[in-house]
Design a protein. Structure first.
Length: 307
């Protein structure tokens, strides 16, 4: 019995020991949550922006380009009588070019068709003539511009072969200027080339009783060698196949065998005569010799300009 009681006690102890509840901790367990370290300062909000301008922006307004400045040599320069026995370029502020591209060319395409020459700078028919000219074998000849430049003045009038105004046939006068101050003048042209006739038509030139000129505005450009006329002189009132040709340097009075005072007393022709040139020598040595070889075609002899 004694051993039985001890056995039972042992069994009971074993059972009780297996049912014992584990000891409870005095503190609650710590929940560990993995986190990012907390920032010590508030984050800075970065907003991407354009850099602030240091100055106010310039407003660019698209515009048309300024018109190009005219080349002074392309301005239409016309030399006009200044009322004091001289000539001045207009407009007054124009830059006058040098006379380097005048382009001198014989006023006749075929010099061999001339049978006589009229000398410049002499009294002919009772009046002073600063111009010379040519007497032709036939009226049908090609007359061309002797210089580069522009047609500045023209005239149309009636005259007979004997110089009378009434009942005459139409004659044409043309003045051409280079802007440097050189001028040539043609008279007694009979049939004009089509482009030249158009200039007379466009400017409504009235056939008058004298050779007073009409100023062309604007001047019409022309080149040395351009055809002016195909017929010259008088046909209907007599056989006088001739035309006048004169050359002038309007920049300054030219050498003459007559004094300026003497020329001024001869009226407008004499005044213009102060600027007359011996045009024989303007076309080169060979052409000058050919012109001088042509017999003088008038009873008047000598020239105030030519030796």
């Amino acid at each position: 019995m004694k051993y039985t009681h001890m056995f039972m006690t042992l069994i009971l102890s074993i059972i009780l020991s297996g049912c014992t509840t584990p000891a409870v901790s005095d503190t609650a367990p710590t929940l560990v949550v993995p986190t990012q370290p907390l920032p010590t300062t508030a984050p800075t909000l970065v907003v991407p922006t354009q850099p602030l301008p240091t100055t106010a922006p310039t407003l660019v307004v698209p515009t048309q380009p300024a018109p190009p400045t005219k080349n002074p040599q392309t301005v239409a320069i016309v030399w006009q009588n200044n009322g004091s026995d001289g000539f001045d370029p207009t407009p007054p502020n124009a830059v006058v070019p040098d006379c380097i591209d005048v382009g001198w060319q014989l006023p006749l395409r075929d010099l061999s068709t001339a049978e006589g020459r009229l000398e410049p700078g002499q009294i002919r028919g009772g009046d002073y003539k600063a111009h010379g000219g040519f007497r032709m074998q036939t009226a049908e000849v090609d007359v061309v511009s002797a210089i580069n430049g522009a047609i500045t003045s023209i005239a149309a009038y009636r005259e007979t072969a004997t110089g009378k105004r009434s009942g005459g046939e139409v004659q044409y006068l043309i003045e051409i200027q280079h802007p440097c101050g050189i001028q040539v003048r043609y008279d007694h042209l009979k049939v004009l080339s089509a482009p030249i006739q158009k200039i007379f038509t466009d400017n409504a030139v009235v056939v008058g009783d004298d050779s007073r000129t009409t100023r062309i505005q604007p001047p019409v450009p022309i080149k040395a060698g351009d055809l002016l006329a195909t017929t010259v002189g008088f046909i209907e009132t007599g056989a006088n196949y001739s035309f006048d040709f004169g050359a002038y340097d309007l920049r300054t009075p030219q050498p003459s065998k007559r004094s300026a005072e003497e020329l001024k007393k001869m009226g407008p022709s004499g005044m213009l005569g102060q600027y007359g040139l011996c045009w024989y020598d303007l076309f080169g040595t060979e052409n000058a010799a050919s012109i001088r070889a042509i017999p003088v075609g008038s009873k008047e002899q000598g020239s105030d300009y030519c030796e």
